[in-house]
Structures are given as structure tokens and as C-alpha cells.
Design a protein around this ligand. Structure first.
Ligand SMILES: [Fe+2]
Ligand SMILES: [Fe+2]
Length: 161
């Protein structure tokens, strides 16, 4: 392929995000979905938002566990931050399993969504204030990691669609 053609194909494509930018963008997106849930009143709206939240969190957790966490663990010789984050993921996944495919039926459903949002809020804070700064200061190639996660995310979302 000629250089001109390659340039044309890439024209308008967003610049690759580094790993931390990609994960932070996911965190922001899901935080917004939880805020939307708080305002949602109708059952169909709630159900659609929860489906969106669960799908986004599942894909996000999977790309972290498959790509980001092992890289961070190895680079930092970490025995603390990544294992703790992995345990928190298990708690998140447990609540997702309780919500997925379930008909919103009132206060217990809302309570589960609320607790899920609190778990996620806590977990995101730990990642962004502890794990990400350490990862950034390491020798990890964040652009390469970001590209690998973006590609995996695209595959997983295509599978879920
Ligand atoms: Fe995470
Ligand atoms: Fe995360």
C-alpha cells in the first residue's frame, strides 16, 4: 500500500490512547451511567442502563485482568495492589451476576445497583490513586498496552453485540 493510501485510511482516526487514558475514560463512562440510573424512573430505562453498566464493567474488568493487571504486577513485582484489585473485581462480578437479566422489581434491585456503584467508586479510586501512578512511573509501555487493550475491548464488545 502506498504511503498516501495509508495516510488516507488513518485520516480522522483518533490517536491511540495510552493504557491509563483508556481505563480512565471507561471509569468516567460507567460513572456517568450510574448517575443516569439514579435519575431513571421507568423500569425499561433502568433495565437498559443496568444492561449497559454490566456489559461495560465486564469488558473493562476483563481487559484489565487479561492485559493490564499482569503487566503491572510483573513490572512492579507487586504482591499487594493487583491481588487486592482482583478480589474487588470478584465482588463487582458477583453483583453483576445478581443483576444481569433480572427484572427491576423495586428496592432490592435499586439497592444492588447502589452497592455496585459504591464498590466501583471505591475500586476506581484505588486504581487511579494507587495503581495507575505506580504503573506510570514504571518502565511499562503504556501506548502498547493501551493498543492491546483497545483491540481486545473491540473484540469483546463485538462478541457481546
Ligand atoms: Fe479494575
Ligand atoms: Fe478500572
Amino acid at each position: 500500500m502506498t504511503a498516501t493510501k495509508t495516510a488516507a485510511l488513518h485520516k480522522g482516526a483518533p490517536a491511540p490512547k495510552d493504557a491509563i487514558a483508556l481505563l480512565k475514560a471507561d471509569h468516567e463512562a460507567v460513572t456517568q451511567m450510574f448517575a443516569d440510573y439514579e435519575k431513571a424512573r421507568s423500569v425499561p430505562n433502568k433495565k437498559a442502563l443496568v444492561a449497559e453498566i454490566c456489559a461495560a464493567l465486564s469488558v473493562h474488568a476483563q481487559i484489565e485482568e487479561e492485559i493490564f493487571y499482569p503487566a503491572v504486577k510483573a513490572a512492579l513485582k507487586d504482591k499487594l495492589v493487583v491481588p487486592e484489585a482482583t478480589v474487588e473485581h470478584a465482588g463487582v462480578k458477583d453483583l453483576i451476576a445478581q443483576l444481569e437479566g433480572v427484572e427491576p422489581d423495586g428496592e432490592m434491585y435499586d439497592a444492588k445497583v447502589k452497592v455496585l456503584s459504591e464498590y466501583v467508586k471505591h475500586h476506581v479510586k484505588e486504581e487511579q490513586t494507587e495503581m495507575f501512578p505506580k504503573a506510570k512511573a514504571s518502565s511499562l509501555d503504556m501506548v502498547d498496552l493501551g493498543q492491546r487493550m483497545a483491540a481486545r475491548k473491540e473484540d469483546l464488545m463485538a462478541l457481546a453485540a
